[in-house]
Design a protein around this ligand. Sequence first.
Ligand code: GAR
Length: 208
Amino acid sequence: MKNIVILISGRGSNMEAIVKACAAEAWPARIAAVVSNRPDAAGLAFAKAHGIATAVVDHKAFAERTDFDSALAAEVQAYQPDLIVLAGFMRILSSEFVRRFEGRIVNVHPSLLPSFTGLHTHRRAIAAGCKLAGVTVHFVTAELDHGPIIAQAIVPVLPDDTEATLSVRVLAREHVLYPRAVRWIVEDRLKRDGDIVTHTGGESQLFV
Ligand code: GAR
């Protein structure tokens, strides 16, 4: 049974999708805790209602980023994580944090990485005239929104799309892609060779 710790900052809809898939598909894993850097994160209520341990490490309580990161690492470590799942966690993690949990942190990002790292991905994709947008699940490295790609789903950009309409369609794909990718990890289905991640059973890592 693998311990998953999920980090959130807000709504937590990806966290919800993972909690539900873990239970419905009887993964060999348990959601050990949901940890937020914001006390008002809406997703905490869902986790509590599902009997999952929750914790808050409020970044505003720390003057230095490194102190926040140390406190976060201690909180996360208390749940003995095999896997740390960033689900809309909007703080940049220090290289010390990433090194400590090397290879055990994954993230979902609402773009086709390596394009559009950072914020406002949909607005920027539309402004750039992209005809294709999407979502990426990747292992986390010290560089923001970078790291070996586990899976991607593509979403067409429609001529009348706005940031709001595109983000709704991408988010729906996130809710399918992220649980699938996390399940692969807890079931030890992935092989990593440098930056290249391959599904050992040959399942497609691209969702069209
Ligand atoms: C999601 O769209 C996720 O891809 C994005 O934040 C949203 C969180 O929604 N994450 C990032 O931009 C990370 N760089 P949620 O709280 O409902 O899961």
